[in-house]
Design a protein around this ligand. Sequence first.
Ligand SMILES: Nc1nc2c(ncn2[C@@H]2O[C@H](COP(=O)(O)OP(=O)(O)OP(=O)(O)O)[C@@H](O)[C@H]2O)c(=O)[nH]1
Ligand SMILES: [Mg+2]
Length: 324
Amino acid sequence: MSPKESDPSCIPSSDLPPLSLTAAKTAETTCRCGVVALVGRPNVGKSSLVNALLGMKVAVVSPKPQTTRNAVRCIYNDDDSQIIFVDTPGLHPPRNKLGRFLAEEAENALRAADVVCWLVEAGDRKLWPEDMAVLRALQDLISPTLLLVNKTDLCDPGPAFELYARHRAFAGELAISTKKRRNLKELIALLLPLLPEGDPWYAPDILMDTTERFLASEIIRGWVLSSLQDEVPHCVAVEINEYKSPEDYPERRKLYIRASLIVETPGQKAIVIGAGGRKLKQIGQGARRELEVLTGWPVYLDLWVKLSPGWRQSEPVLRRLGYR
Ligand SMILES: Nc1nc2c(ncn2[C@@H]2O[C@H](COP(=O)(O)OP(=O)(O)OP(=O)(O)O)[C@@H](O)[C@H]2O)c(=O)[nH]1
Ligand SMILES: [Mg+2]
């Protein structure tokens, strides 16, 4: 994780060394390549695990549940093997069409994976309703499933292992802490033999299978999440309206990004803008700094707040925003 959870601007972070590749190796010498889906209820640390494994903040992390909205492929490279981790939205009973999209994203990722990692928390002493949703989604799955008990820096994971083992058999179990980087090499060693033999799908310098526009929208959303309280961030979507990089427009000296923060009510609009525009400025400044680190260009970020009543229930708007 980044040194300050509330400051998503720290990429790449020197506190996040990539895992030692040689240490992650097993006796295995065959090339392996496959997809590993990370599933679990919201807030258990799926995105944090991806960031810890890749040694970079590639996925949005926040203390608020339901942070991740898209199944994003993040690529981990070993000397001769590649693991494509799919970070998924936390499974929970959907309350609107956006929620249904999130559940489908996670369930589709499960079905397409060679191995599934179910993340839970060391402090779990009973199954949450969201865990039941995960159990149901795992029911007919034939791919091997590992149980990863995260946040072991906070408490003893023993009771959580017992709890989950009562409900399902696992191909392997591991206690981890993404915060303390505990047992990450062991996780890679556990995963590699379960993946199919084959050459890497992606070039070794590719960290995520996504576009710069999507990454830009996620960085802005990360700042919305860390700058706003309570339920408001969940009502906000980010839409990139214009993305003009000096790479494609050599006459430009700055990367120009025009983005809209879509909200549902005038009240939310007022909260996002803040007194004297201070909130919006805070979001914009933080996101701009992070975008500059990511792209290597000076950035002009033109941020707007737009009203779209009930966008989380609207098929056309959800489709336009990439939630389809
Ligand atoms: N103490 C502790 N906190 C952790 C650990 N891993 C993650 N967290 C914290 O847990 C919170 C949720 O982390 P995320 O990675 O956003 O969780 P997620 O499962 O991706 O959540 P959704 O995207 O909402 O499904 C953040 O505040 C993290 O900093 C850990 O090993 N120990
Ligand atoms: Mg997440």
